[in-house]
Every structure is written in structure tokens, then in C-alpha cells.
Design a protein around this ligand. Structure first.
Ligand code: AMP
Length: 203
């Protein structure tokens, strides 16, 4: 709690995390626990898109066809949506970016957005999970998530391929700045959470 109070009062000491990893690696589950512990604002671009689609907004309609195929929504749409969310919530102890950035232009846009607020990314933490376990986890999640992109094995595979081909350079982009770390994303939810906290508590 003491750390939280300190960060709250020092805008230059906020914690801005990127929770990184393939679809189904547990980012959403862990983000919820991190929010509870550190009071950060969780921003999931996937959740934002699902909200827009649920309300059938023009943005949701535009995103729909890409999401249904497991493709990335174009950067122009995604970056604008993310920027709106961050700018609408400036007074938080920091952000957890989940599912963003997924391309290098998104990294550059995020860095510029944070720089405008005299901030930067503190750490990118990747949840490392083997491919086989990912597919099983997503299919299991699909039973209750109501997400059509969690139910079809071909779409799941495409999301994994897109992650490997288009999104993994994001890890290297922040590694070049000395900010990327990997933690094992297997084991119990609590064990994974402890690994994440040990990366955050040294910041
Ligand atoms: P997620 O909930 O993070 O798995 O995202 C679900 C889907 O939303 C992805 O398969 C993409 O179609 C889309 N999406 C989410 N975040 C992004 C992003 N940063 N860039 C492009 N598309 C995204």
C-alpha cells in the first residue's frame, strides 16, 4: 500500500507495464490480480474492441471482420482507440497494457503518447507458454467466454501465427531498450502471479 501511495503522488514514478504473450497466455487473468495489488488501470485492446462490437458502434463494425478471422485490426483504428482510453484516464498510478502494442508502429505510438505525459514504459513482461498448452487453454476458455474467435481451431491457429509473425518483434523492440523480461507462464495462477510481482517490485 505504501508503494501505491508513493506512485500516486509522483507522476514520474508511475508503473507502466506491457503484459505480453501469445493469445491464451493468461494476460487477462494476471492483469486482474495486478490491478488488485498495484491499483493500475488495465487497458486491454481486445476488451475495448469487444465492448465496441457489443454496442455495434462504427468502430466495432470496422473491427469485427478482422477479429472474426484472427487478424490484427489496422493500426490506425487500434492506436486511436488506445489513445482515447489513456487520455480519458490520466490520473491513475499507471497502466497495464494488455494485447497492445502488437506491431512496431503501435510501440512507437505508445512511446510517443507516454512521452507527451512525461512517462515511459517501465517493463514489458512476457508470459512464456508452450504452443500446445495455448491451444488447449483457448479452447477451454471458449466454453465460457462466448468469444467466437476462441471456438474455432483454425482461427486460434491464425491468431498464434499472427502473434509469431507480426507481434514478437514488439518483445525485441523493448528488449533493445533493456525493458523486456520473460517469466514462465505455466503452473498455478498464484505461482505465475508471484513471478510477475517479483519483476514489478524491483522497479
Ligand atoms: P485479444 O483479446 O487480445 O486476444 O484480442 C482479440 C482480437 O482483437 C485480436 O485477435 C485482434 O483481432 C484484435 N486486437 C486486439 N488488440 C489488438 C491490437 N493491439 N492490434 C490489432 N488488433 C488487435
Amino acid at each position: 500500500m505504501y508503494r501505491l501511495a508513493v506512485y500516486h503522488n509522483c507522476s514520474d514514478m508511475r508503473i507502466n507495464l506491457i503484459l505480453f504473450g501469445p493469445p491464451g497466455s493468461g494476460k487477462g487473468t494476471q492483469a486482474a490480480k495486478l490491478v488488485e495489488k498495484y491499483g493500475l488501470l488495465h487497458i486491454s485492446t481486445g476488451d475495448l474492441f469487444r465492448y465496441e462490437m457489443g454496442n455495434d458502434t462504427p468502430l466495432g463494425q470496422e473491427a469485427k471482420s478482422y477479429i472474426a478471422k484472427g487478424e490484427l485490426v489496422p493500426d490506425s483504428v487500434t492506436i486511436g482507440m488506445l489513445r482515447n482510453k489513456v487520455e480519458a484516464n490520466p490520473d491513475v498510478p499507471g497502466y497495464i497494457f494488455d494485447g497492445f502494442p502488437r506491431t512496431i508502429p503501435q510501440c512507437e505510438a505508445l512511446d510517443a503518447l507516454l512521452a507527451d505525459m512525461d512517462e515511459s514504459i517501465s517493463r514489458l513482461i512476457m508470459l512464456d507458454v508452450p504452443d500446445k498448452e495455448i491451444v488447449e487453454r483457448i479452447l477451454n476458455r471458449g466454453i465460457t467466454s462466448g468469444r467466437s474467435d476462441d471456438l474455432d481451431q483454425a482461427i486460434i491457429q491464425n491468431r498464434i501465427d499472427v502473434y509469431k509473425n507480426e507481434t514478437t518483434p514488439v518483445f525485441d523492440y523493448y528488449a533493445a531498450k533493456g525493458k523486456s523480461v520473460k517469466v514462465a507462464g505455466v503452473g498455478s495462477i498464484e505461482d505465475i502471479f508471484i513471478r510477475l510481482c517479483s519483476e514489478i517490485d524491483v522497479l
